[in-house]
Write a protein that binds this ligand. Structure first.
Ligand code: ADP
Length: 227
């Protein structure tokens, strides 16, 4: 059997160890996600969803435990190689779009491809195809402040997928939108994930959205349990 795309094993993470304000966030969290599988991560605010996703996405390191992507233990790689995997294999979507305000929608999707070694022409072609796929090709030359919240988030989805990652991590990707827009934008996200066969972990407070994923896990007292 092939390795899972993402394998988290016994992750622990805390802050301020040994001090009165010590916080233990992860206390042995484990999860395996296969290609094409979409996992909903549910937990109340403050339970550690962002911490878990940042560690899975190589934006942060655990105190102990392992993060493997496509069978390779990331905790053993040099910083430079880990950055390479993060840029190429992992797409990240935040609750707030975090687009670069001085660049257009198209440029925001082109830039990560250039950083990953793609030619400008190929990057532009791919960026346009992605914008078209999420229904906003006509907004390509708009800057983020000239886009609606739902449009900004669609651009952020395109940016996350720009380098054809094998793993998508999303932290409350529609949490900042009104309920109707959230549902529509969520449809777009799920459609994209299903088209590409990505492994995805999508954190949400919204149980109706979580129910549309293949399975759900809850972060409870620092460990992940099936729902
Ligand atoms: P969630 O995404 O589920 O809301 P987070 O992962 O952001 O939760 O945070 C989990 C816990 O860790 C919270 O109690 C938060 O206050 C704490 N925390 C997060 N980052 C830090 C930090 N840099 N220093 C101290 N505590 C932190």
């Amino acid at each position: 059997m092939s390795d899972p795309i993402l394998q988290l094993t016994d992750l622990t993470k805390g802050y301020n160890a040994g001090k009165p304000n010590e916080v233990r966030v992860l206390q042995g969290a484990s999860l395996a996600v296969k290609a094409g599988e979409v996992v909903g991560l549910v937990a109340p605010s403050g339970a550690g969803k962002s911490t878990l996703l940042h560690i899975a996405g190589l934006l942060d390191t655990p105190d102990a435990g392992q993060v493997a992507i496509a069978g390779t233990d990331m905790t053993r790689l040099s910083d430079r190689r880990r950055t390479g995997v993060r840029r190429g294999a992992v797409g990240f979507i935040y609750q707030f779009h975090h687009l670069l305000p001085e660049f257009t929608a198209l440029e925001n999707i082109v830039l990560p491809q250039l950083a990953n070694g793609m030619s400008e022409a190929a990057a532009q072609t791919r960026a346009m195809a992605l914008l078209d796929r999420v229904g906003i090709a006509a907004r390509a030359s708009h800057r983020p402040d000239a886009l609606s919240g739902g449009e900004q988030q669609r651009v952020a989805f395109c940016r996350a997928l720009a380098n054809e990652p094998t793993l998508l991590l999303a932290d409350e990707p529609t949490g900042n939108l009104d309920p109707e827009t959230s549902d529509r934008v969520f449809d777009v996200l799920i459609g994209l994930v299903r088209d590409t066969g990505l492994a995805a972990v999508i954190a949400t407070h919204n149980m109706a959205l979580a129910a549309r994923m293949d399975r759900q896990v809850r972060l409870n007292s620092g460990v992940l349990e099936a729902l």
